[in-house]
Write a protein that binds this ligand. Sequence first.
Ligand code: 13P
Ligand code: SF4
Length: 366
Amino acid sequence: MQVATISFDRFNTLADADAHERIRAARARLGDKAVLLCHHYQRADVYQYADLTGDSLKLARLASQTEADYIVFCGVHFMAEVADILSKPSQMAILPDLAAGCSMADMANLAKVERCWRELTEVLDTPDQFITPVTYINSAADLKAFCGEHGGIVCTSTNAPTILDWAFSRREKVLFFPDQHLGRWTGFKKGIALEQMVVWDPDLEYGGLTHEQIRNAKILLWKGHCSVHQMFQESHIKRWRAANPDGLVISHPESSLEVCQQSDYVGSTEYIINTIAAAPANTRWLVGTELNLVNRLADEMKPQGKTVQFMAPTVCMCSTMQRIDPQHLAWTLENLADGNVVNRIQVPAHEAELARIALDRMLAVS
Ligand code: 13P
Ligand code: SF4
């Protein structure tokens, strides 16, 4: 039976212990009507409730496979949008705190990408013939729709190399947004010269580039970055290596080119976890990705004698992902158990249809 929606105000000041009790009670009432998907960056007090965990690619696949009515996404906004697009019409994607966005995703928007495309049209005449737009999954649904409409595709940190191959097999250039670092590292690994990967500054005319630079470029890299991963620096690695000559360094490809070049391994959050888990006992690791993941991994690896250390000397978490706390989760689940849908993420139908084209291309290729 549906009862009136409970306001979040009543949960805001809830003690943690009470929030946890209410999460457990609401989950018991919901049973398999709700599934909790958690990204690896989720804080430990929420992550413990995950039914399914993963990096962006794995979570996208899992969201498309679950049968639950409610897909409660403990992650950020674009992830819940992907869950909505890939799930059945009868299912609902829920984001426990609507303020859980991704600052990198916000660095590109449709108006700026369309302006970029118009300016490219002036230089190249028909960009649809020459450029494949590739959006990192960390982007709003309307940008995925833009890619779907213009023969483009979505990529994640796991499949970016395969997706670039796909993109170049169709057209000679790539417009890669919004993360310049993932685009640059992926292009660099494919042997593309750095001079042929130019940065498109969306706040400047023609991205701040000359027509010649645009014509000569293989990849146009959108000027966007992740505020967490920009904290990691080459000097952190050098200092650590001096003290740990046998140690191994692993980083997320949202880190700068210099950090990726200095790392022994580079890959997605799932790759980082799997690589360290599979490593021999007693190895030492320096990890360049978000702190919640690194702390969890450090605890899990301790029994095997592995040491796992965070790369930056300062504390840097994904502050938006951090917003999903036990209070928001308790509020969300209790409302759902009462039959009240709160914080549903619903991509408009036309946009979802086009975005799905770009996502399906990605899922088919990877
Ligand atoms: P993964 O797909 O590697 O989990 O990365 C998502 C993300 O937002 C990293 O900052
Ligand atoms: Fe976005 Fe960076 Fe947070 Fe990943 S870590 S969700 S890219 S802000």
